[in-house]
Design a protein around this ligand. Structure first.
Ligand code: GDP
Ligand code: IMO
Ligand code: MG
Length: 423
C-alpha cells in the first residue's frame, strides 16, 4: 500500500495539524518525517484547542498508530511537556505512539548554540524558534549526533557529556552574552530522558515497511513548509531539514516508488514568521486585518506572523517540487469582507516579467505582479457544503485550480475539525 504525504506549501502554519487530524480516520498510521519542536500543529475539536510540536497529529484517534520518524529531532524536555498535556485525554500512549531509534536528540546545549548563533548574526538573524533545530541537524550531518537508540546503551551519559562539553566550548567561541545554568538544564533533560525511555522505541523503517506490506494505510505528516526547505526554500532563511516530499523518503525510509497521494496544503493568503524575503507581504491595513481575523500568531513562539497576498509564483514552485496531486485551501473564511483580493501571478525581476521562482526573491530584486479578483462578504465559517459558497469564492478557487493544474479537494472554513468542506 502506497504512503500518502501531507505537506505545507508555503512558509509553514498552513493548517497541517488540523487536516491530519481530519484525515486520520482514513489511515492506520500517521508518521512525522522531519522537523522537531520548532513546529506547532494546532487541532481543534469539541471546544478544545491543542498544539502538538513533535507528536504526530493523529494522536487523538484511538485506532491510529503515530510514528515519530528517523528524520525528526526530539527534545526530551519539550516532548515530556507534550506528553503531560495529553494526560487528561487518557490515551494509551505507550501503545499508540512509537519513536524511531534513529531520530536525533536535541540536547540543552543545542538550544544554547541556536541562541548564540542567532545573537552573533545581529540583523541577519534567521528568526529561529530557538529550539536547537539547526545545531542538532548540524551534528547529525556532521556525524556527531546522539540518537534515541543511544538512550538504550548503558554509557549514554558519557556520550552526552562529551558532546555537551564540546558544545560549551563552541558557545564560548561565539563570544556573545548568553546567560544559562547548564546544571539546571541538564537535570531537566535527564529527568525527561527517563520518562522518554518509558515509551516504545522502534526500528521505524522496518516497522513501516512491514506495515506497507500488510496493506496498512500510512499518512506522512510534514512540518514547516516548502519555502522553509533547506534546499528549495528561501535560503538561508529556512529550517535545517527537507520539508518537501523527498524528506518523507529519507525521514521515514519509504522508497520513492511507494509514495501515493501528495496532499499539498496552503492558506488562501500567505504568512511567514521569522526573517527572510516575502514578496507579497503587506504592511497596510489589509495585512493587519489578515493577522487579526486569522489570529496569526506563532503556535510555538507566539510571535506575530507577517501576512500578505497569495503568491502563485511561489505556490506553483512548491506544487512542482513536491509533485502535489491534490490541494487543500485553508482559512478562506479570513478573507471574508475584503472587497478586492490580489494574487501574485508573476514577478518583475531584473526588468523582465518571470513566472518561476528565481534564486533571489528579496524586495530589491522582485516586485510581484498581481491579478485582482472580487472578494466575498459572506461569513464562511457556518457553511458545510460547497453549494453554499459565494460566487466570488468559487471564482477564486477555479482560478487557482486553473493556474496550479491540481484540484482543490478540501476547503477549510474555520479552525475546528468540523469546519472542513470536501469537494
Ligand atoms: P500548522 O503548523 O500547519 O499545523 O498550522 P498552525 O496550527 O501553526 O496554524 C494554523 C492556525 O490556523 C491554527 O491556529 C489553526 O487552528 C487555524 N486554522 C486552521 N484552519 C483554519 C481555517 O480554515 N480557518 C481559520 N480561521 N483558522 C484555521
Ligand atoms: P510548522 O510545522 C512556521 C521558521 C522560523 C524561522 C525558520 C528557522 O508549525 O508549520 P528553526 O527554528 O527551524 O531554526 O527556524 O523557520 N519555522 C517555522 N515557521 N511554522 C513552522 O512549523 C516553523 N518551523 C520553523 O520561524 O523563520
Ligand atoms: Mg504551525
Amino acid at each position: 500500500m502506497a504512503v500518502d504525504l501531507l505537506l505545507g506549501l508555503q512558509w509553514g502554519d498552513e493548517g497541517k495539524g488540523k487536516i491530519v487530524d481530519v484525515l486520520t480516520k482514513n489511515y492506520d498510521i500517521i508518521a512525522r518525517f522531519q522537523g522537531g519542536p520548532n513546529a506547532g500543529h494546532t487541532l481543534e475539536f469539541d471546544g478544545i484547542k491543542h498544539v502538538l510540536h513533535t507528536i504526530p497529529s493523529g494522536i487523538f484517534h484511538k485506532n491510529a498508530l503515530n510514528v515519530v520518524g528517523n528524520g525528526v529531532v526530539i527534545d526530551p524536555v519539550i516532548f515530556k511537556k507534550e506528553l503531560d498535556a495529553l494526560k487528561k485525554f487518557e490515551l494509551d500512549i505507550k501503545s499508540i505512539l512509537l519513536i524511531s531509534r534513529k531520530a536525533h536528540l536535541i540536547l540543552p546545549t543545542h538550544r544554547l548554540l541556536d541562541a548564540a548563533s542567532e545573537a552573533s548574526k545581529g540583523k541577519a538573524k534567521i528568526g529561529s524558534t530557538l529550539k536547537g533545530i539547526g545545531p542538532t541537524y548540524m551534528d547529525k550531518t556532521g556525524r556527531n549526533g546522539m540518537r534515541i537508540g543511544d538512550l538504550e546503551l548503558s554509557n549514554w551519559k558519557e556520550k552526552y557529556r562529551a558532546l555537551a562539553d564540546k558544545h560549551e566550548a563552541m558557545i564560548d567561541f561565539y563570544d556573545v552574552d548568553i546567560q544559562y545554568d547548564l546544571k539546571d538544564l541538564e537535570e531537566q533533560f535527564c529527568a525527561a530522558v527517563e520518562e522518554l525511555k518509558e515509551l516504545t522505541f522502534i526500528d521505524s523503517e522496518e516497522f513501516l515497511y512491514q506495515a506497507q506490506k500488510q496493506g496498512k494505510k500510512i499518512l506522512a505528516e510534514g512540518a514547516q513548509g516548502s519555502l522553509l526547505d533547506i534546499d528549495f526554500g528561501t535560503y538561508p532563511y529556512v529550517t535545517s531539514s527537507n520539508t518537501t516530499a523527498a524528506g518523507a523518503c529519507t525521514g521515514l525510509g519509504v522508497a520513492p516508488n511507494q509514495i501515493g497521494d501528495v496532499k499539498g496544503i496552503f492558506k488562501a493568503y500567505a504568512t511567514r514568521v521569522g526573517s527572510g524575503p516575502f514578496p507579497t507581504e503587506l504592511f497596510d491595513e489589509d495585512g493587519e486585518t489578515m493577522g487579526r481575523v486569522g489570529n496569526e500568531f506563532g503556535a510555538t513562539t507566539g510571535r506575530p506572523r507577517r501576512c500578505g497576498w497569495l503568491d502563485l509564483v511561489a505556490l506553483k514552485y512548491a506544487v512542482q517540487v513536491n509533485g502535489v496531486t491534490e490541494l487543500m485551501m485553508m482559512k478562506g473564511d479570513v478573507l471574508s469582507g475584503f472587497k478586492k483580493l490580489k494574487v501574485a501571478t508573476a514577478y518583475k525581476y531584473k526588468g523582465k516579467e518571470i513566472t518561476h521562482l528565481p534564486y533571489n526573491i528579496e524586495a530589491e530584486n522582485v516586485t510581484p505582479i498581481y491579478k485582482e479578483m472580487n472578494g466575498w462578504a459572506e461569513d464562511l465559517t457556518k457553511m458545510s457544503k460547497v453549494e453554499q459558497f459565494p460566487k466570488a469564492l468559487n471564482e477564486y478557487i477555479a482560478f487557482l485550480e486553473k493556474e496550479l493544474e491540481v484540484p482543490i479537494k478540501i476547503v477549510s472554513v474555520g479552525p475546528d475539525r468540523t469546519q472542513t468542506i470536501h469537494r
